[in-house]
Design a protein around this ligand. Structure first.
Ligand code: ADP
Length: 319
């Protein structure tokens, strides 16, 4: 293998730049040429591709977002779109591809593999919802952004003696809600993986106010439903003054944490090693702090699950 490509796809996540840098530098270290494909699969179809050198990935390890831009591309879900993409890869002489993104992007990568094209997936999403890896690139940074925001909301919640419902991202996964709830000592954490009983939430809140609590924080994962609706229901059922904050896209941006930069560097470099070893259709991940390689097929066929013990602990600590 002499020439590889790299792209970022789907939702951006902090640390994607560090992963791009690792792919490019590791490839050059092994005397490979690297081509950057802009705007995910959309840029692949359109041939928006250029050669990257060592300097082109300088000064990006600390930046959020992705230097290669990202996009959602419906056309790539069609056979015609995939064939156009492969044509471009052939035209540029790119023999293997690293796709950095979430599970949707992995499905795109898998299509390339089905067409016989060597592709490796690097998990990049704030949602931490990809099976086969304990952590995805961007999760830790998003978590820290959420924690910082909730600390600030808690100050005002205490001062005004209010109940706050905070909606966090995570798509269909509750990891961001669970981890941030545990880290912030939230009274209630609502995740899509567990069906909540509103009666139980109300009685927990009442128990808190009865023992003199000045405020309550309820974290709602977006996969559960609308934070606004849940806030209304809680206010109606408790008579507590309830405010709702939807954190929104601040969770996706910002300078990546040390944890995400290191993870991205390790996973990006590992992806190049896997390509060089002649493997295809794999994803790289981290389990028990060891780098692992799984079949993308296998990862996509499994469902991400929430850490049940951590969830139970969050209940025990917020009595
Ligand atoms: P993420 O990678 O963050 O989960 P998406 O689910 O939006 O984001 O997927 C990103 C892109 O991956 C899509 O816009 C599309 O181009 C490609 N993709 C997703 N699913 C498929 C599929 N089944 N076949 C081919 N390409 C896909």
């Amino acid at each position: 293998m002499k020439r590889i490509g790299v792209l970022t796809s789907g939702g951006d996540s902090p640390g994607m730049n560090a992963a791009i840098r690792a792919v490019v530098r590791k490839a050059i270290f092994h005397d490979l040429e690297v081509y950057g494909i802009y705007s995910g699969f959309a840029g692949l179809i359109n041939g928006d591709i250029e050669k990257l050198d060592i300097g082109s990935v300088g000064d990006i390890i600390q930046r959020g977002g992705t230097k290669l831009y990202t996009a959602r591309c419906e056309e790539f879900k069609t056979l015609e779109g995939q064939e156009k993409g492969i044509e471009q890869l052939k035209k540029f002489g790119i023999e293997g591809l690293v796709v950095i993104g979430g599970d949707g992007s992995f499905r795109g990568a898998q299509k390339l593999v089905e067409h016989g094209y060597p592709t490796i997936g690097v998990p990049g999403t704030i949602d931490n919802d990809i099976p086969g890896t304990d952590f995805t690139i961007g999760f830790d940074t998003a978590l820290n952004t959420i924690i910082d925001a909730i600390d600030k909301i808690r100050d005002t919640a205490t001062s005004h003696e209010r109940t706050y419902v905070i909606e966090v991202m995570g798509r269909n996964a509750g990891d961001l809600a669970l981890w941030s709830g545990l880290a912030n000592g939230a009274e209630t954490i609502m995740v899509p993986e567990v069906k909540d009983d509103m009666k139980d939430i109300v009685s927990r809140l009442k128990r808190g106010t009865d023992r003199g609590k000045k405020h309550s924080i309820i974290i709602v994962a977006e996969g559960v439903g609308s934070g606004v609706e849940i806030g209304k229901e809680i206010q109606d059922k408790t008579d507590l003054e309830t405010r709702v904050t939807i954190l929104g896209h601040i969770q996706r941006g910002g300078s990546p944490t040390a944890q995400d930069r290191v993870l991205a560097s390790r996973l990006g470099a590992k992806a190049v090693e896997v390509l060089l070893a002649g493997d295809a259709g794999k994803m790289v991940g981290i389990e028990n702090n060891q780098l692992v390689v799984h079949d993308i097929d296998d990862a996509l066929s499994r469902k991400h699950s929430l850490d049940e013990k951590m969830y139970n602990l969050s209940k025990e600590l917020s009595i």
